[in-house]
Design a protein around this ligand. Structure first.
Ligand SMILES: [Zn+2]
Length: 112
């Protein structure tokens, strides 16, 4: 049975833009919005769990959320990651890893 479409919880559209449906009480209007919903669920779930300690979980803004939101590249992302966790995880070793990525980033930029 298909319930009457109400409003997309993702984009706010009041008419379906493709195959629509619900996940629990949350409506989606299209394949794209379904994808966004699924992705958010995964990110939320992933933020709740962490393999090998809780050195990221306790941070207000998790490095990967920051990295993704700001569309940082691989090298920048790793710098943020190591600089964010060094006190709780790898100590000065992590700072050296960050430095390594920073050197690589500078090298890459200077070649351009
Ligand atoms: Zn939508």
């Amino acid at each position: 049975m298909i319930k009457e479409f109400i409003k997309c919880s993702v984009c706010g559209s009041e008419t379906p833009n493709g195959p629509f449906g619900t996940i629990g009480d949350t409506w989606f209007c299209s394949v794209e919005c379904f994808g966004i919903l699924e992705n958010e669920k995964d990110v939320q779930a992933a933020n709740e769990t962490q393999v090998g300690g809780n050195h990221y979980k306790d941070q207000t803004i998790q490095p990967w959320d920051y990295i993704i939101s700001n569309k940082l590249g691989f090298l920048e992302g790793n710098i943020v990651k190591y600089v964010s966790r060094w006190r709780n995880k790898g100590g000065v070793e992590d700072l050296k890893k960050a430095e390594h990525y920073l050197k690589k980033l500078i090298e890459t930029e200077e070649k351009c």
